[in-house]
Design a binder for this molecule. Structure first.
Ligand code: ATP
Length: 253
């Protein structure tokens, strides 16, 4: 992790890769974690590795859903936990909403425990998902397991790097799903109640800021939720990428 020169043009990206690799070796990130991360990197490249302007409104709408929920939960897997532990804890405290460890691959409880301990080391007090006793209806295998006091009881669930089947099953269960997914065309991004097309490391602090602003101005939520148009939101992201590619085509030698 220390061998990355600070002046390397892709230093931040390389550091994140190294983080994923380190925690995969320590058993917090799944073996498939680096593959999912790489898929995200490819889409982030298309966005220019920055939070694009049109996503700001999606973040505000997501904040309104979280703040107005009867019970919201932040679902995390290994990748998100190791990349953004402090941001997860700050968001959890600001909403307030518990964090639920909800891994997709290899539910042995050992990895979930390691992730939960890691989050606690970063200040989390309310970590669920270690003894999941409920199941997402119509979802087969261990990936269906959820906490009875967490996702099972929630009406709004924030997910990141989520699988399309599980997103669909959560929606069919009556939950509103907010996803953070760099691929605007993934099944999760298309099906979720709202997708934030941004990197988790950038999106989580922006979401926390939006939550704090809404707490200070609760009357603003209604207009945000009322005006949200999912198709328009996705099209704006796709148009942004399209325009960016056009500019790159004419400027790169
Ligand atoms: P789906 O089943 O929803 O179609 P998928 O099978 O492509 O999705 P995975 O391979 O599990 O899903 O990948 C997780 C998703 O998370 C991908 O769409 C990827 O672009 C996205 N992703 C990866 N890393 C990040 C990140 N750091 N921030 C935001 N999104 C990310």
């Amino acid at each position: 992790m220390n061998n990355i020169p600070e002046n390397h043009p892709r230093a931040e990206s390389l550091k994140m890769r190294a983080t994923i690799e380190t925690y995969r070796n320590m058993g917090l990130v799944a073996n498939a974690g680096p593959i999912a991360h790489g898929r995200g990197e490819a889409f982030d490249y298309l966005l220019g590795e920055e939070s694009i302007p049109c996503v700001k409104n999606d973040i505000n709408v997501a904040a309104a859903l979280l703040v107005n929920a009867n019970k919201s939960v932040i679902s995390v897997n290994g990748n998100t936990a190791v990349l953004a532990p402090e941001s997860l804890v700050k968001l959890s405290n600001s909403i307030p909403a518990p964090i639920e460890v909800n891994v997709f691959y290899g539910r042995t409880n050992e990895r979930e425990q390691k992730i939960a301990n890691f989050l606690r080391e970063h200040g989390a007090t309310d970590v669920l998902g270690i003894k999941p006793s409920e199941k997402v209806p119509h979802l087969i295998s261990a990936r269906a397991q959820v906490d009875k006091n967490g996702i099972a009881a929630a009406d709004v669930v924030l997910v990141s790097l989520e699988d399309g089947d599980r997103t669909r099953a959560l929606l069919d269960w009556g939950k509103k799903v907010i996803s953070i997914d760099l691929n605007p065309l993934s099944r999760t991004a298309c099906d979720a109640t709202i997708n934030i097309c941004d990197h988790v490391v950038r999106a989580l602090p922006l979401l926390q800021k939006a939550v704090i602003e809404l707490h200070a101005n609760p009357g603003h939520s209604r207009a945000l939720l009322h005006s949200f148009d999912k198709r328009k939101s996705r099209n704006q992201v796709l148009e942004y990428i399209e325009k960016r590619l056009q500019v790159l085509r004419s400027t790169i030698n």
